[in-house]
Design a binder for this molecule. Sequence first.
Ligand SMILES: Nc1nc2c(ncn2[C@@H]2O[C@H](COP(=O)(O)OP(=O)(O)O)[C@@H](O)[C@H]2O)c(=O)[nH]1
Ligand SMILES: [Mg+2]
Length: 688
Amino acid sequence: MNEYRTEDIRNVALVGHQSCGKTSLVEAFLYSTGATTRMGHISESNMVSDWDDEEKERGLSLSTSLAAIEFNDVKINVLDTPGFTDFQGELKNAILAADAVIVVVDAVAGVEVGTELAWEYARICEQPIIAVINKMDRENADYENVLDQMRGQFDDYKFIPVMLPIGQQAGFKGVANALTQKAYLGDGAERSDLPAEYADSLEEANMELMEAAAEADDELLEKYFEEETLSFDEIRDGMRKASRSPELKTVPVFTVSATENIGTIPLMEALVAYTTPPRERRVNIARGEDADVLQAPHADGDPLVAYVFKTLNDRFVGTLNYFRIFSGAISSDGRYTNANSGEVERFNSLFVMRGKEQLPVKTLHAGDIGVVAKLTDTKTGDTFVDDNSNVRVIAPEFPAPLYMLAVTPRTQADSAKMGPTLGNLCDADPTLRWRQDRDTRQTVLEGMGQIHLDVTLKRAESLGVGIDTDMPKVPYRETITSDAESSYTHKKQTGGAGQYGRVDLKVEPAPEGFEFESSVFGGAISQQFVASTEKGIRAVLPDGVIAGYPVERVKVNVFDGKEHPVDSKDIAFQIAGREAFREAFRKAKPVLLEPIMDVNITVPESMMGDIMGDLNTRRGRVQGMDTIGIKSVVTAEVPLAEMLRYGNDLRSMTGGRGIYTMDFNRYDRVPSHIQDELIREVELEAAQ
Ligand SMILES: Nc1nc2c(ncn2[C@@H]2O[C@H](COP(=O)(O)OP(=O)(O)O)[C@@H](O)[C@H]2O)c(=O)[nH]1
Ligand SMILES: [Mg+2]
């Protein structure tokens, strides 16, 4: 692998709905540039950027992979992202690491959920977008229709076709370039004259392109008015500027067939010409406590700022950290500081990657993307800096987890390894978490969906940890709805040392938590034993009284009791307190509380009815409805207990076209028939 300077580097993130052909496009790039001698195919499980065993098995990209493409003395770092909505974390970080976002759209399926999701992230990051309509060779491929869809869906963007298809479907032969007004047949290595029937439409596309470029810049606009034409370079520069401009939001549109390798070379040329070199990139950073923007230009000599956008734990290659250099340079004999962990890391194993192939390099210049192995304490989201600078790149905001599984180690040996391994996997993936749920006593793994967690557990398995899974329990709470009093005497006075204590107490509902007070009058119980009583009551709280869940929103007042001069002791009052509390709690009309979630669901408008009907069966309360374009957005409050498998259900209801987010709102009373059932379950379990 040659060394590439900043101006000869391009960083693009390939994004789009699952199966739109991103990974196949990387195959075509590698083949057309001579990096491979034949194109891999999904059916043969040999595509360069789907190299992981799991990816091969599923025929699905599960994480971002890096393919460095050497083309015309430029290196294009292609980040091939997974389109499956479970892997949004990978997608967001890849978009941050790149300088342009290539949205690939299927010429038959058109704009899909994954297209929109990626588009919205690109918008939030203010990244320039390039649209590629792929699969033009397929039956029913329809370039114009897909272009119209995009225009309708993303109507604040301006779409400018740069390559138009020559032929469609089985007749798709190549592309016509609006700039050069030439035809590029097959892979497009050579240009030829335009077939006569395309002359008019190309002429028109050329005008549009020129106007769009001229708009980017007052000087260009003036020149265009005067001379009615612009040079190739002016058009390309103008388009680059226009696509980066948050006001103009110009999107150049290209078209290809990845698997037929048609239009690939002109697309690579375009990636070089129409995307911005790394030097022009701005990125949000924190300097100490202050937010700031790292401004252009970022050269080798500037202080180092490099962002780790991906950490991979692999059984064969160990831990790899993928980073993007925003400023400064990195070399294989260097040591750099991880600004997040404070650790100084040695970069001896430095390389660039092409799928799983590691190509060692000595130096990576400002703007480049590389990989480093064998670090001690670095993970996704960290920033490398020079010794004394306190700069961190601000990571994107990641969605809250949607899917949970209870996990248990399979064997004794697995039990010791489970924690550290899950810890590493969660460090590497910002959308993955694990925690010990204190309420349910389960170890809970949380992520974006079933596939996400399946893949995580497979990875843990490959790292040598067997893990079994179970349905997660809902963290219910127990509370009371009225006041009640009780008195309990603990007495053991037969033979030996005796025990004696009496506690009289009152429970009442409280707004939150647990409150304890004592209004014992005239020393009926001494201070010391009031403390014992409180201890006994508090010991009940974690396990509850009626169904084994923690107690909340309760106030206890100990107002009377009785001591014995010899037999009263700590343990006696602990027991009396505990039993008095349990009794009073049972009398005070106890109820279960359950977590209520704020849920936000986006589906195609036509599916709205089904979604609402389904929410009804989940005890959901619809809070609002909205229509955005051809999408409907429903906001609702739904009990967590009804949402545990919603990701799968929504996917099957909508054929993968629905997405949702979910956040905790509050605890609410469980309806009594469900409460009865829950209590019965607990009793059955206890009886076994
Ligand atoms: N006919 C046709 N099929 C394609 C094309 N590009 C990709 N495919 C197929 O679409 C499926 C998904 O491709 P893949 O590259 O894995 O999509 P990704 O999920 O976006 O990475 C595979 O079966 C590919 O062979 C294309 O240009 N034409
Ligand atoms: Mg893929």
